[in-house]
Ligand binder design. Structure first.
Ligand SMILES: [Zn+2]
Length: 664
């Protein structure tokens, strides 16, 4: 690249050879460009001002601006370099626009608390980009076309092609030889300048037009290609940057700021929830969901609020949404399981608890809750497994001990049940459920003293513990203390008059004491409250039999026989009454055999009492061979109590002696 000196006259008149300044090829266009120039000391001033910062350097910048001179030169350019100035403008203005946009972005990011973590990388990127742009710009500047000297006579242009300096030299020689020639050569349509129509200075030789001189003919190319086409590009670039900026700000709000605000509301909600302020918590979670429809934690929080408000259905729906939005941790599954459990959807609850346990195998709450459902559904072994696992994780979990104690009771593992309940009472000495459960275990182990003590302890803690009152009543009835049993059953009736069970139990105790009318009244009450349950009708049949109302008793038994499904107990009860009752006129051996066979058939010959009844029926009709044979079978069939075995053996003896059995 060379340097060339141009005179002011050459510049003003656009008196330059039609050769590209950049490469020396033939020029096809002329592009005007304003060059800026300042004395070298102004550059030093600018460097100082950059170090000082914007406000203190303002006077220096003004001085620099005052000493900066501008000059417009129409440069001839070839086809290849026709957009030389445009590219330069795009580089400078486009770079500045991007830099300005990044600065605005930095300010926005700095104002939003949730995005501040982006400030450092974004700021570093901006500074690095800006420095890169500055350095590459400075490098470009050394190769570019620029004015390096400017005075009254002319200027020195750096960065011109060697070919151009050559052409300029020849052009000047020709101009000196024949100053008119050039203006007569308008056959250069590519010269898009307006030079030839500009008024020329008085010193210009072209002012003296020789004869035959003509103006440059109109060239439409000049209108089609206006000289200054940089500004539309710059405006376009800035508009584009603004548009991109707006899109970026929208994206920032949609995916950055709104979710960030939602997160803040959601966290506020949890704070309120931890303080027990359900109303504000719900409002915060609602707001979070309004800002971000996929704010999973907010749905989870709403579920918690509904759970607190005892609305498990709504809670489950919110937990559904939380899971749908991607919150798939153990807690949300376990809480949804709890919501399902609270609304009685036990199968779904088990599924969710299982998922929760899969995600968090050490979650004791989920294990205890699932164990409880298993026990409720009669799956005692599965329940015991869950409780045992919970106890391995937390050996001091009283709920797990209590649940396992109840599961063992349900399975008939009475010793284990007692052990677990005792463990509960070590941890929680006032646990009425543990006393009641252990009492029942002792009760079934035929340990009435301990059972009574535990029932008593449970009832001292919770006087209205109805199940415990009934169990104690049953224990009293079993030990023959019907007075005390009747007191307990009466208390149970008072606690829950609509439940027929207590009437039925009290009827049995009244009947045992010979108070037949009261017993019958209670039986009727139980049947009135639960007509569908055949057991109460059969209880009344027993009371009526005891009272001596055999016909009415038989009628009740027959109700049981004709029920759907037919009651084996009814057939057995009727058969037993027909062959063993003390009143001669009420007995009917043949009918008894028929009913007893039916009862045995209904129980697949697996019920010892049924076989025992069949033997008694055969004895009644005088078939003692059959009677002895069936009585022996009855003794071999499991299911008889020790007391029952004793009675059965006494009857066998009677049959062997050829005597039928009679109740007293
Ligand atoms: Zn060129």
């Amino acid at each position: 690249m060379a340097t060339v000196r141009l005179t002011r006259r050459e510049i003003r008149q656009d008196d330059l050879p039609p050769v590209c300044v950049r490469c020396g090829a033939e020029a096809t266009v002329h592009r005007g460009h304003t060059f800026a120039w300042h004395p070298p000391w102004v550059s030093a001033l600018l460097v100082v001002s950059m170090c000082l910062g914007l406000i203190p350097s303002l006077p220096l910048l003004l001085v620099a601006a005052a000493f900066t001179q501008r000059i417009r030169i129409v440069t001839p350019l070839c086809d290849r370099h026709r957009n030389y100035w445009l590219f330069r403008a795009c580089y400078i203005w486009g770079g500045l626009a991007i830099f300005a946009f990044l600065v605005i972005l930095l300010i926005v990011v700095g104002m939003v608390a949730e995005l501040r973590h982006l400030l450092l990388p974004l700021g570093a990127g901006t500074v690095a980009g800006f420095l890169g742009w500055l350095i590459s710009g400075a490098l470009l500047q050394t190769y570019t076309l620029r004015v390096v000297e400017l005075d009254d006579c002319g200027l020195k242009l750096q960065g011109v092609a060697q070919g151009f300096t050559q052409a300029l030299r020849e052009w000047r020689q020709r101009s000196e030889e024949n100053p008119v020639e050039r203006s007569e050569s308008p056959a250069d349509p590519a010269r898009g300048g307006t030079i030839s129509v500009e008024p020329l200075s008085s010193s210009a030789p072209l002012l003296v037009l020789p004869a035959g001189a003509s103006p440059v003919p109109f060239d439409p190319e000049r209108l089609v290609r206006p000289r200054r086409r940089v500004w539309p590009w710059v405006v376009g670039a800035i508009t584009g940057c603004v548009a991109v900026g707006l899109v970026a700000v929208y994206i920032l709000f949609a995916f950055g700021i709104r979710p960030a605000q939602a997160r803040q509301h959601q966290m506020e909600g949890w704070t309120y929830l931890s303080r027990g302020d359900d109303v504000r918590a719900l409002a915060s979670f609602d707001e979070a969901i309004r800002l971000n429809r996929r704010c999973a934690e907010a749905y989870y929080g709403r579920g918690q609020v509904y759970l607190n408000r005892n609305q498990p259905d709504r809670a489950a729906a919110e937990f559904d949404d939380a899971i749908g939005c991607g919150l798939k941790n153990a807690d949300v599954y376990i809480n949804r399981g709890y919501a399902y459990q609270s609304s009685g959807m036990l199968d779904q609850a088990i599924v969710d608890y299982s998922e929760g346990i899969r995600l968090d195998p050490a979650n004791v709450t989920a294990l205890v809750n699932r164990g409880g459902i298993y026990v409720t559904q009669g799956m005692h072994r599965a329940g015991i497994a869950d409780y045992s696992q919970a106890l391995r994780l937390d050996p001091r979990n009283a709920d797990a001990y209590l649940g396992r104690g109840r599961a063992h009771l349900g399975m008939g593992s009475l010793i284990e049940s007692v052990t677990d309940c005792t463990a509960v009472l070590h941890l929680r000495p006032n646990d009425s459920f543990a006393f009641a459960t252990r009492g029942t275990a002792y009760h079934r182990r035929k340990d009435p003293t301990r059972a009574l003590a535990d029932y008593g302890a449970a009832l001292r803690l919770v006087p209205g513990f109805r199940d415990c009152v009934i169990n104690r009543g049953l224990l009293h009835a079993e030990t023959g203390e019907h007075d005390k049993a009747i007191v307990d059953f009466t208390r149970a009736v008072e606690l829950q008059p609509e439940d027929p069970v207590a009437y039925n139990h009290r009827a049995a105790s009244y009947s045992a004491q010979g108070e037949h009318d009261r017993a019958l009244a209670d039986c009727n009450e139980a049947i009135r409250r639960s007509p569908q349950f055949m057991g109460f009708t059969l209880s009344r049949a027993q009371v009526l039999k005891k009272k001596g109302d055999y016909k009415l008793a038989l009628a009740d038994f027959r109700t049981g026989m004709t029920s759907n499904p037919p009651s084996a107990e009814a057939f057995n009860g009727a058969a037993w009454m027909l062959c063993t009752c003390p009143a001669d006129e009420a007995r009917d051996g043949k009918q008894a055999v028929e009913y007893a066979l039916k009862a045995c058939a209904l129980t697949n010959w697996g019920n010892a009492n049924g076989v025992d009844t069949l033997a008694a029926a055969y004895a009644e009709v005088g078939d003692f061979v059959q009677a002895v044979s069936w009585q022996k079978k009855a003794l071999q069939t499991p299911g008889l109590s020790p007391e029952g075995v004793e009675h059965a053996q006494q009857r066998l003896k009677l049959y062997e002696e050829g005597k039928p059995y009679r109740e007293r």
